[in-house]
Design a protein around this ligand. Structure first.
Ligand code: NAP
Length: 280
């Protein structure tokens, strides 16, 4: 039976440590979150981020725009936050409505305040093998979880299922930069099971049930990033936990695995940007 990669436990440890770090500062770090529209999932994510930030003593503000906000208005707000010395970290909650270019809005964020690590500057550095100012939160959380359990990455064959800019792509680069041999799979991949069977570590970030125990090599490590609701409304991951946990040596659960690590990484990134701001 696989050992659980406990994201909640590690999140609590990271946040406790961060609280001590923040308590030392008279002037507190600050995070601004831009939220557009009424997407219920986005609202929940943003509220969780705000709540966690406040528990740590990070000053946080949510700037809520209606669904029909213009791109120009959003860009103006980003510019205002870029120039506001009281703000260290800016996050634009995705997805944005279709009439707004996600790329243009993200590109407008100053790299030194880009808490998600999504600007071309930070992405470009990551993809050229140079450290970005901060790493994207979910991939960072995945690596922190693997490191916490002493799981070696160097020389391992890691199969990443999913190639989004939020998870699969940056994670693959981070793994490559840590000397893993990385295979990236996506919706056009043929014979997924044959590929996952050769993996020492499988990270799945798809959003539907796609990984079964029989697709895995004995003793492999499974990190499940996926989140979706099944027919009964229950939160599920991409991996069939029952069968996979019989084969794997470690497995992250959903919920309680990567989700809490994403929040912990966001808080870490906010504090890192704040501390970096002393040098600008
Ligand atoms: P996304 O942008 O929808 O990307 C999904 C990826 O899965 C795409 O690259 C897609 O391939 C691939 N895919 C779809 N069907 C596939 C199949 N049959 N076989 C192999 N690959 C397939 O999603 P995302 O933003 O990366 O998020 C992925 C999942 O992670 C979602 O459930 C999301 O809710 C969850 N998530 C969790 C956290 C967390 O903190 N736990 C954070 C972010 C995301 P193509 O590129 O070919 O379309």
């Amino acid at each position: 039976m696989a050992e659980i990669l406990d994201g909640k436990k590690l999140r609590d440890k990271i946040l406790l440590n961060l609280k001590g770090r923040i308590d030392k500062y008279d002037k507190k770090p600050s995070l601004a979150v831009i939220l557009v529209g009424d997407n219920p999932a986005s609202k929940i994510y943003v509220n969780n981020k705000k709540k966690t930030a406040e528990q740590l003593g990070i000053i946080s503000q949510v700037i809520n725009f209606p669904e029909n906000v213009s791109e120009a208005e959003l860009l103006n707000k980003v510019e205002e936050l870029n120039n506001d010395n009281c703000i260290n970290a800016i996050l634009v909650q995705l997805p944005l409505p279709k009439h707004i270019s996600k790329e243009r809005v993200i590109n407008a964020i100053k790299p030194e305040k880009d808490v998600d690590g999504f600007t071309p500057y930070n992405f470009g550095r990551l993809f050229s093998g140079v450290e970005p100012i901060v790493y994207p939160c979910t991939p960072k959380g995945v690596l922190l979880l693997l490191d916490e359990y002493g799981i070696k990455i160097e020389g391992k064959h890691v199969v990443v299922v999913g190639r989004s800019n939020i998870v699969g792509r940056p994670l693959s680069q981070m793994l490559l930069n840590r000397n893993a041999t990385v295979t990236i799979c996506h919706s056009y991949t043929k014979n997924l099971a044959q590929i996952t069977k050769t993996a020492d570590i499988v990270v799945s970030a798809v959003g539907k049930k796609i990984i079964e125990g029989e697709m895995l090599k004995s003793g492999c490590v499974i990190v499940d990033v996926g989140i979706f609701k099944d027919e009964s409304g229950k939160t599920r991951g991409d991996v069939d936990f029952e069968s996979a946990s019989q084969i794997a040596s470690y497995i992250s659960p959903v919920p309680g695995g990567v989700g809490p690590m994403t929040i912990a990484s966001l808080m870490l990134n906010t504090v890192e940007l704040y501390e970096n701001s002393f040098n600008f």
